[in-house]
Design a protein around this ligand. Sequence first.
Ligand code: HEM
Length: 410
Amino acid sequence: MFDANFIANPYPTYHQMQANGRLHWIDFAGGAWLVPHYDDVMAMFRDARFSGARADLFTQQFPEDQRRQLREFEEITRLWLAAMNGEEHLRLRRLLNKAFTPRVVEAMRPRIQRLTNELIDEFYAQGEVELMHQFAHPLPAIVIAQLLGVPREDRRQFVGWSDHLATFFSSPKATIEQGRAANDALVAMRNYFRPIVAQRRQQPCDDLISHMIAVEEQGDMFTEDQLLSQCTLFLFAGHETTRNLIGNGVKALLDHPEQLELLRQNPDLLQSAIDEIVRYDCPVQLIPRIVTEDLELFGQSLKQGQILQLMLGAANRDAAQFPEPDRFDITRSYKRPASFGFGAHFCIGMPLAMMEIEIAFGTLIRRLPNLRLAGPAERSPNVTLRGFHTLPLAFDTVQAAIEEEQLVAV
Ligand code: HEM
């Protein structure tokens, strides 16, 4: 399942799995059950017998002496919202919801629009761009920096840290070196945020860290360690995914020029185009769940502690939910894709991500006419977090259009 052909296009394999059963055992990170159907994925998101990923899910595969080297990784991720369950998760999520309100997200809109224009200005005159590094990486990284209230100049640092985490989380057979790199990245992130949090306690601003410090519910508030951990989670979750959605979406449009043209001619289709982009080639392909008790499911015996991988990318191509699922159709009537999860752990950042991509796609399409591939697009060799490493593009600039008109006139 993990060869180059699969990375290039996993969807035929997903369809085979869907045709051949509802649960498949695979040797992925120590063994896991794969769940490829939409209805099953959505049901399991809400089923208490399958809990959210524990902190040690990624470290338990190593022998004890190696695992000790990942102590801080476990310490920090154990406090991540995403790694908590039940009452504890609910309590923390309620606090975060109070800090991360629609008002906080909406206030970002003009800044995201300005930033999008600035990034395009930087490459516009050349008539070409390597979209991933010049646009898709910096946009969400700077947005999350602004949201948290940290200097945007530091983004190269935290994109680097975040990449180490992404590699570790999504390697089918992670090595201890990858684990150590992720551990060190998390420690660096925590050390980075510590003085910033201390400073915000003295002088609050209108940013997420200050809002997290300020929230209190029935005497309940974040501890220092919880707060620092959520900062590292937001930094990681806030840009890796959005970056890949931008790349995957642009490539899907370029692969379907008639759909791109339809969108150009009908900008009011932007919202449904984005819904289709989110469905068609989603950036988070697998989400782990842990079996909390021995049970029988679809004729298989599942053991407590085993891992289930909910296949969001496969669920979004399930023909039972999405007719002709491999057809990219920006006029498709909306049906909730699995891309942002569901249930208690449903992505808290979805409104921000959707706003970012609405602005990104709206602006790219408006400002870059005749957008086209300018070389081979290279996929990241990553099964879980699906995206491009490079996406070289060319487009017509206003200058080019003027010169062309002059040529025609001569
Ligand atoms: C295209 C962009 C994004 C995608 C596809 C995405 C996807 C997801 C998915 C599938 C989950 C569910 C995890 C689970 O059930 O275990 C999730 C959770 C989460 N996401 Fe996102 N995400 C995106 C953007 C963001 C952004 C921009 C932020 C932060 C600003 C964010 C923060 C989070 C957090 C904190 C959680 C954990 C929620 C909880 O455990 O209660 N995400 N995301």
